[in-house]
Ligand binder design. Structure first.
Ligand code: SAM
Length: 218
């Protein structure tokens, strides 16, 4: 039986702390969430390695460092309402659940949404709500959000997400081309949106009304 607890601690130390992940709450969340529970049994061996893994349906669970970098950029303190676009395996949602008050997550593929919902309930992450849909339109019912995180690469910053951001809130999103994107943080200051670049990244496409068109990508 593999010692996942020590693999997880090693991951936090060598892949996160050794780079630029310095928020102690973020580091603590990564040491608490069992990443191996979010991948299929045949991929568990590599659950804590420094690269993305397949989660089926042509989708991936991002590299731990990328999940941490995006999470840290939200600067969560514990009481926030956060929206995630791209539930995938539910790993990022679980990390957010440790760091914020309420987490809403949207996934366009029903099979993945259903699996991650079951998984998050089984693992005891009770403050996450998942729905199937086009996350580029946001989830208006529970807006405004103090943080929005998009875990798929877009060709634009979806306007509905900007509109659903609280004043002072942060949106973290990869924006660019089909294969390479720039990780952006957009902070709302009243009617103004201040953009910063957090570096290059590579994500599967965000497919929807305010992202890539489905017919081009599938
Ligand atoms: N956050 C996930 C995790 O922790 O496992 C990884 C997300 S994976 C890199 C990107 C996900 O975005 C895929 O599951 C994909 O189906 C989903 N996706 C793509 N376009 C979407 C959209 N418009 N709305 C919601 N989900 C979308």
């Amino acid at each position: 039986m593999k010692d996942y607890v020590s693999e997880c601690q090693q991951m936090v130390k060598t892949q996160l702390e050794a780079r630029d992940i310095i928020d102690p709450r973020v580091l603590e969340a990564f040491s608490r969430v069992p990443r191996h529970e979010f991948v299929s049994i045949n991929l568990r061996e590599g659950a804590y390695v420094d690269y993305p893994l397949s989660i089926g349906e042509g989708q991936t669970i991002s590299q731990p460092y990328m999940v941490a970098l995006m999470t840290q950029a939200l600067q969560l303190k514990g009481t926030e309402r956060v929206l995630e676009v791209g539930t995938g395996s539910g790993y990022q949602a679980a990390i957010l659940a440790c760091l914020a008050g309420e987490v809403y997550s949207i996934e366009r593929l029903p099979g993945l949404a259903e699996e991650s919902e079951t998984r998050l309930v089984r693992l005891g992450f009770g403050n996450v709500r998942i729905k199937v849909g086009d996350g580029t339109k946001g989830w208006e019912e529970f807006s405004p959000y103090d943080g929005i995180i998009v875990t798929a690469g877009s060709n634009q910053v979806p306007e509905p997400l900007l509109q659903q951001l609280n004043d002072g809130g942060r949106l973290v999103i990869p924006v660019g081309g089909e294969f390479l994107q720039d990780l952006k943080r957009v902070t709302r200051k009243g009617d103004k949106f201040v953009q910063e670049s957090l570096g290059g990244c590579r994500f599967v496409p965000l497919i929807g009304e305010y992202g890539w068109r489905e017919e081009v990508k599938n």
